[in-house]
Write a protein that binds this ligand. Sequence first.
Ligand code: 0O2
Length: 211
Amino acid sequence: MEYIPEMKDEVDSWQEVQLVYNSALKEVNTKLEILNDEFQHVHQYNPIEHIKARIKTSESIVKKLKKNGYETTIPNMVKYVNDIAGIRVICSFTSDIYRIAEMLINQSDLKVVSVKDYILNPKDSGYKSYHLIVTVPVFLSDRILDVKVEIQIRTVAMDFWASLEHKIHYKFEGNAPEHIKKELVECAMMVSDLDAKMLSLNEEIQSLKVD
Ligand code: 0O2
């Protein structure tokens, strides 16, 4: 059942939204932890370095709705803002990103809403990351709700770049000086080189037999 909040008073509705999206985050977090534990058991290594989960603040949700020309109502938040529940998965290697994404996509209770591969197609800013929007079933006492969660999967190096770029973007309210933007694009290229070198080094190490 698609999640459509009941029309109650605003405070009560917002509390319900937070409860529902928090539950969805817990579900996805557990799925990721299980996959990581299983990977450790089978292959003796963890593809996931760490996981960060957050509920978008009401201020950011309102800002996004206004930016896209929607009225700021609770039903509009749920309908048009896909990242109220967001989870970021940080991996060591680019290959881990696709492994994790595939394992999630193959889970029968998750429905994929959209996939954006900013690793194959980086943004003009230099931003690289793999984005999945899925719905996950949340079992409440009297109904099962399909709740949207945005999953961003990226390497440690991509995450380092994105954190700094995000800070700069906010500091200059989206209008950073040209030389800073240019240097960020150059740094993004270095990040790609670093990721590629670390991956090939790791593959070489894995292929060596240690007595
Ligand atoms: P915040 O403050 O991180 O939450 P959609 O979310 O799908 O409705 P959009 O913008 O088309 O809208 O989705 P997209 O491109 O997949 O981006 C969603 C999120 O990815 C952003 O959320 C950022 O977290 C991250 N992101 C996208 N582009 C960039 C970028 O150039 N630099 C950095 N650092 N992060 C980026 P929000 O809500 O925009 O921001």
